[in-house]
Design a protein around this ligand. Structure first.
Ligand code: ATP
Ligand code: MG
Length: 576
């Protein structure tokens, strides 16, 4: 492709709306343009990168035995009513009514549509297993669309769905996807980890997320330094610590004490000369519109996804003081579980506390000597708190490390939840009707491009891993008005194209400085400069974007050398 003909609007200034580096560089490098909140046009360079990822995904999905199809983006409400998700999915589902008053939605995911297809088209165990996938634009009305391609409202996803006769074979289908995902992200040249994850609104019993390790990740992962344990903190099980034994302490009675102006755990602990760990922290969340009190030890934090799962709720959000007061008329800042007229969920650890301190549900007062179980009984209790690096590995007791990650893929064992709800059955080998055992498997194709940039950039711009770069090579013609230089550059451009190399040829009438800058910004892995050295010595310069290694080579060998480098590097990502 000739740069002079391409729509590739690079800019020097960092756009103020872009907080994270991938968003900044995608805008500055002319990859994307915003249409409206969370909705982008992919310009030619952006689309080329997305298609690179999509192609790797497609090849590995096909290799695993899955088949590509394409489902509609508009979905009728009645399918979603069959599974109950029309109500349950929440505000991310964009619903609308057509001219015949039929309710519909824009597909955020396709479990209902594919299960409907399966119940119509798959009748016998002989047709199973099947794994069907598509690469398609999804719409989710995200509450906080941000970070460019990382969290859009409209984005490109690969979603696959497997149908099996039994749990056992469904496990094999899941494993195939687990392996395919490893190959996909390895082939994309990314540093990633597969972690145990929460199943979210998709539901199901078991899941793994594939996380690209990068500082700007929205997810926090916990990784064991000793064993292979890795999990999203939303899911990571907290091992219950040895508690100080209540029996050794004298069990005291509840005493109400004045704590003027003390709303914060630390202030109360200091004033009463106890540890933060002796306090019960009462946090009010709004779960599907209802206030719920979550109890954790004073030095701990609530993990909202665990709370959501314990409650079986759809949406859980921390209530701000004003909302909580409006809903409950309770004295925010002095809340505690004793006599609290709300649904209460206690962390498992809280139930092992003795002589605890908590708010008295009265302004300026706290209670001491509180015994969980004696003085209050929560509606529910369980593992509710956020894991920390001070906790030990739930598998081996080893040391844990927290790190940030970007979720690029998610695989789920769905079991028969959808097939049962939608009466999607097949005849087994004994002639019995059985529900399909399902799995579903997503990859955020457009998000992968953003994640690749988050992980691979420097002060000058993007440093694309070769497999996902929109072009493999950029040729800079630094003598656009010089006959000799220009005809050599043109010849090299021809040669590389003939070799099947994806090449961008910078034939613009621009200063060398801005050509170098743009080439660095858009991150193409190999750069060939044809300039004065060619005129004088018949040599061109080959430079690698990553690491900046530069060599001067005879013009006649340049094409073959680049060919070899590109092919050699590409095979290095393939692995097994
Ligand atoms: P997240 O927790 O980031 O919202 P999710 O769990 O809702 O993701 P899935 O339903 O598993 O996501 O979707 C499959 C994949 O689609 C995700 O792993 C992610 O890579 C991608 N994805 C999900 N939401 C978005 C979005 N708003 N923008 C871009 N990619 C997305
Ligand atoms: Mg989501």
């Amino acid at each position: 492709m000739r740069y002079s003909q391409m729509l590739l609007p690079t800019t020097k200034e960092t756009p103020s709306e872009a907080e994270v580096i991938s968003h900044q560089l995608l805008l500055r490098g002319g990859f994307i343009r915003k249409l409206t909140s969370g909705i982008y046009t992919y310009l030619p360079l952006g689309l080329a990168a997305i298609q690179k990822v999509a192609q790797i995904v497609r090849e590995e999905m096909n290799r695993s035995g899955a088949q590509e199809l394409l489902m509609p983006m508009v979905q009728p409400a009645d399918l979603w009513q069959e599974t109950g998700r029309w109500q349950k999915y929440g505000s991310e589902l964009l619903r609308f009514t057509d001219r015949h008053e039929r309710e519909s939605c824009l597909g955020p995911t396709h479990e209902e549509v594919i299960t409907d297809l399966a119940r119509r088209e798959l009748q016998s165990y002989r047709q199973l297993p099947k794994n069907l996938y598509q690469i398609q634009t999804k719409f989710r009305d995200e509450i906080r669309p941000r970070f460019g391609l990382m969290r859009g409202r409209e984005f490109i996803m690969k979603d696959a769905y497997s149908f099996d006769v039994s749990d056992e074979t469904a496990g094999e289908s899941y494993q195939k996807m687990y392996d395919a995902y490893h190959r996909i992200f390895q082939r994309c040249g990314l540093d990633f980890r597969a972690v145990e994850a929460d199943t979210g609104t998709i539901g199901g019993s078991f899941s793994h997320e594939f996380m690209v390790l990068a500082q700007t990740g929205e997810d926090t992962l916990v990784i064991c330094e000793q064993c292979s344990y890795a999990a999203n903190v939303e899911k990571a099980k907290v091992a219950l610590e040895e508690q100080k034994e209540a029996s050794r302490e004298e069990v005291r009675d509840v005493v109400k004490v004045e704590t003027p102006g003390m709303k914060k755990v630390e202030r109360v602990a200091e004033f009463l000369q106890v540890e933060s760990a002796d306090l019960i922290k009462t946090m009010i969340y709004i779960a599907d519109g209802e206030p719920v009190a979550a109890l954790v030890r004073g030095d701990r934090d609530v993990q909202p996804v665990k709370l959501k799962n314990l409650l079986g709720a759809t949406e859980v959000e921390l209530g701000d003081d004003a909302t909580v007061y409006d809903m409950t008329k309770l004295p925010v800042g002095y809340l505690g579980p004793v006599g609290l007229p709300l649904k209460t969920v206690a962390d498992q650890e809280v139930m092992h506390m003795a002589n605890a301190v908590c708010g008295a549900n009265e302004k300026q007062y706290h209670l001491t000597g509180v015994q969980p179980g004696r003085d209050f009984t929560p509606t529910l209790s369980g593992d509710l708190r956020q894991i920390t690096s001070d906790d030990s590995c739930p598998l081996c007791g080893g040391v844990l490390r927290l790190t940030e990650g970007i979720e690029v893929g998610h695989i789920f064992k769905l079991g028969t939840a959808y097939s049962t709800a939608m009466s999607a059955t097949f005849q087994d080998s004994e002639g019995q009707e059985k529900p399909f055992v399902m799995g579903c498997y997503g990859i955020g194709v457009s998000r992968v491009v953003a994640a690749a940039i988050e992980q691979n950039h420097d002060d000058n711009g993007i440093v694309f891993p070769l497999p996902v770069s929109p072009f493999q090579v950029i040729i800079l013609n630094l003598g656009i008005n010089n006959e000799k230089i220009s005809s050599a550059a043109e010849k090299l451009y021809e040669d590389l194209q003939n070799r099947g190399i994806e090449v961008l040829y910078d034939d613009r009438d621009e200063r060398p400085g801005s050509k170098f800058k743009d080439a660095d910004l858009i991150g193409i892995p190999y750069r060939i400069t044809v300039g004065k050295t060619y005129e004088k010595e018949g040599k061109v310069e080959i430079r690698q974007r990553k690491g900046g290694e530069t060599e001067s080579v005879e013009f006649d060998f340049a094409g073959a050398m680049i060919d070899e480098k590109v092919r050699g590097e590409l095979t290095s990502y393939v692995g097994n």
